[in-house]
Design a protein. Structure first.
Ligand SMILES: C[S@@+](CC[C@H](N)C(=O)[O-])C[C@H]1O[C@@H](n2cnc3c(N)ncnc32)[C@H](O)[C@@H]1O
Length: 217
């Protein structure tokens, strides 16, 4: 494989090891291939503000991978407001048994994800070009997912209000956040409670990351 990310392949492999994950080389190569697609098509599809290959590894690939241990019990996952496919495409690459539905309202971003699905051969990944509030659980492969995740999508209250109807009974919403958003937790709508806050360390990122788990009360 060659490309702009290749000089940083070791950084990705080291970061994956630092996260405590053991991934086959073939999977790491597919992560790099997805990163190359993001870099290649960013200008056309306006996918991310990040343009440097090194930051793409830390802020997109490793940041998405850092939530993996918390999703161990999830078999079907929906990613809301997924933009260029983050974290959904990354999670679909590393867990081929995870059924991932990605919901993105902007057509060109959804088109990019569809192209990435084809180029990377992601049979477990489906993209829906829709607003999440207009998606019914039955429209997702396998029905209501046990996990509904988002990164940089909205406030916790809006995430729950717009996406809560998708979560299977007993399932949870997972919000990827920077600094622990205590004010947003206090503003959660009635009927939903914080089930846990996990501080995450993303190798090489140098900023706070938290994963908040929200369940029905
Ligand atoms: C700041 S971007 C984050 C993208 C990606 N999750 C990431 O972390 O790089 C938020 C995305 O949410 C999408 N979005 C906003 N409202 C939405 C809605 N109601 N339903 C689905 N997607 C929505 C936007 O089009 C945008 O791509």
């Amino acid at each position: 494989m060659s490309g702009r990310l290749q000089p940083y392949a070791t950084q990705l492999a080291d970061g994956i090891a630092a996260l405590g994950l053991a991934l086959p080389q073939e999977t790491i190569d597919r992560l790099l291939a997805f990163g190359e697609l993001l870099l290649k098509w960013n200008k056309v599809y306006n996918l991310t503000a990040i343009r440097s290959p090194q930051e793409l590894i830390t802020h997109h690939l490793l940041d998405s991978l850092a939530v993996l241990p918390q999703l161990a019990a999830v078999n079907r996952l929906a990613d809301i407001g997924s933009g260029g496919g983050l974290p959904g495409v990354v999670l679909a690459i590393v867990r081929p048994g995870l059924v991932v539905s990605s919901i993105e309202t902007v057509g060109k971003k959804a088109s990019f994800q569809q192209q990435a699905k084809i180029e990377l051969g992601l049979g477990n990944f489906t993209v829906l070009n829709k607003r999440v509030e207009q998606v019914l659980p039955d429209a997702l492969p396998g029905g209501a997912p046990e996990g509904v995740i988002s990164r940089a999508f909205s406030s916790l209250a809006d995430f729950v209000t717009l996406s809560g109807h998708l979560v299977a009974e007993g399932g949870a919403l997972y919000a990827m956040k920077g600094v622990d958003p205590v004010d947003e937790v206090a503003a959660l709508p009635a009927g939903w409670v914080l089930a846990g806050t996990h501080a995450l360390t993303v190798p090489g990122l140098g900023a706070e990351r938290h994963l908040l788990v929200i369940r029905r009360a």
